[in-house]
Design a protein around this ligand. Structure first.
Ligand SMILES: NC(=O)c1ccc[n+]([C@@H]2O[C@H](COP(=O)([O-])OP(=O)(O)OC[C@H]3O[C@@H](n4cnc5c(N)ncnc54)[C@H](O)[C@@H]3O)[C@@H](O)[C@H]2O)c1
Length: 416
């Protein structure tokens, strides 16, 4: 028996997941909900959805045979919607972040513990090639102990306008969300690679004076003055992590990446499309550098880089399209092979497959509620620190998943 899932919010992001949900062998039916009529019409036409409701609330009211919901609404709306779904006994897949409030995040953790329903964050960056490479390598012990790391998410607010357009004339009130409230991309790549969590933070903000009404007191729901924030975290193992969340910055792709992960034995470094793993001159090791760009950069980039005119071709754009060598595509359903890439380093098929596997087996997926909270709560505290001029603040520990909750195991469900 497969699952029935209700997708909420018909923006660009959910659109790039529809084919995966609709063709996954363990999904029986996809229904949906959207408040904007033109988006309902677009999804009916594009994806042939037969059941579309006028709102999330209406969908929950009318559907008594749903197993799961997929929440793709705006970032500050997720928390309350997740709570409603869990209380109804539904599994939840949600676009990041988990929530924008610390108390709400803890409430969601408690609900997951109580109901044993699956919560999984749609954290694309967990499946980014640099994150996979660092996570797998870190597990082997090759890095030694974590000393220092840097990761970031750089995305200029003007380019993100599309994501906020659904807010209509009020879009700026939401667009001005504190950058650290959306720090989960950066944190998941680094924190989940080393398996540590932050214990304290100091953060500073870049006060935005562009004057376009997005940032500043009274302009947004949070009275947030900062378009860019930089946080330094003391990690549970004693090392230090630097996270940048920039929304007013002259950058392009890559936008979410690890710049460095330095351990006592070895380090990973990235500069644009150039990736290295350096074994240090310590503990009697023979120092060496491994050039690992071809394992991390996407196939489309690696295969075309020498043919392209860098001044003309959108090469940096292509770098985040499609799979890389580190992706184990053999575990994915065959039906996913022909689906065009959704634009986040080949991550969407892995997200959908992990979530559906978790729902049908009852096992804990990656990006579960504990992972999601570890990559969200520190950001909210970091913004508090920035608002207090960089005061060092403690970060609460989110706890660990119950030891008796098995993690999904790819060998126990093989899709032809
Ligand atoms: N890499 C990533 O992880 C990534 C990338 C892009 C977007 N996102 C996240 O995905 C989410 C969606 O992004 P988007 O750009 O598609 O946003 P969007 O604002 O274009 O779409 C959200 C949709 O939700 C609908 N909605 C809101 N409340 C509703 C309700 N009660 N019932 C039904 N529909 C409702 C809105 O009308 C809107 O169409 C955001 O949270 C965004 O932050 C994540």
């Amino acid at each position: 028996m497969g699952i029935r899932i209700g997708i909420v919010g018909f923006g660009e992001f959910s659109g790039s997941f529809m084919d995966h949900f609709q063709t996954h062998p363990d999904v029986d039916e996809v229904v949906g909900a959207e408040v904007l009529p033109e988006r309902r019409e677009e999804f009916r036409r594009k994806y042939g959805l037969e059941k579309i409701y006028d709102s999330y609330e209406q969908m929950l009211e009318c559907e008594d045979k749903l197993d799961a919901v997929g929440i793709f609404t705006q970032r500050h709306q997720h928390g309350p919607m997740v709570i409603t779904a869990l209380k109804r006994g539904l599994h939840v897949f949600s676009a990041v972040p988990l929530s924008c409030e610390v108390d709400e995040a803890f409430k969601i953790i408690e609900l997951v513990k109580k109901t044993r329903k699956i919560y999984m964050a749609g954290e694309t960056c967990y499946y980014f090639p640099c994150a996979i490479w660092c996570r797998e390598k870190y597990k082997t012990g090759a890095f030694g102990k974590f000393v220092y790391g840097e990761s970031q998410y750089y995305h200029d607010i003007t380019e993100m306008f599309g994501s906020f357009a659904s807010g209509g004339s009020e879009w700026k009130k939401v667009a001005g969300i504190p950058p650290m409230y959306y720090s989960t991309h950066s944190m998941s790549m680094l924190f989940l690679s080393i398996g540590e969590y932050p214990v304290e933070v100091t953060c500073m903000g870049f006060e935005d004076d562009i004057g376009d009404g997005i940032y500043g007191k009274g302009n947004n729901l949070w009275d947030n003055p900062f378009s860019n924030e930089t946080a330094i975290f003391k990690m549970s193992g004693g090392g230090v992590a630097r996270i940048n969340e920039f929304r007013r910055c002259g950058t392009n792709k890559p936008s979410s990446y690890i710049t460095s992960l330095i351990g006592t034995h070895a380090s990973y470094m990235c500069n644009g499309m150039h990736h290295t793993f350096t074994v240090g001159n310590v503990f009697g090791q023979k120092p060496r550098v491994e050039y690992i760009s071809n394992e991390i950069n996407s196939h489309i980039y690696t295969e075309n880089k020498d043919k392209l005119d860098l001044n003309v071709d959108p090469i940096m754009y292509k770098c985040h399209r499609g799979f890389s060598k580190v992706h184990d595509i053999s575990r994915l359903p065959v039906s996913f092979r022909d689906i065009p890439d959704g634009g986040h380093n080949g991550s969407h098929p892995f997200l959908v497959d992990d979530f559906v596997r978790a729902c049908v087996t009852g096992k804990l997926p990656p990006n579960n509620v504990w992972d999601a909270a570890t990559c969200m709560i520190p950001g909210v505290i970091a913004h508090d620190s920035a608002m207090q001029g960089g005061k060092t603040l403690p970060v609460p520990f989110v706890g660990k998943a119950p030891a008796d909750w098995d993690r999904i195991d790819y060998s126990d469900r093989i899709y032809e």
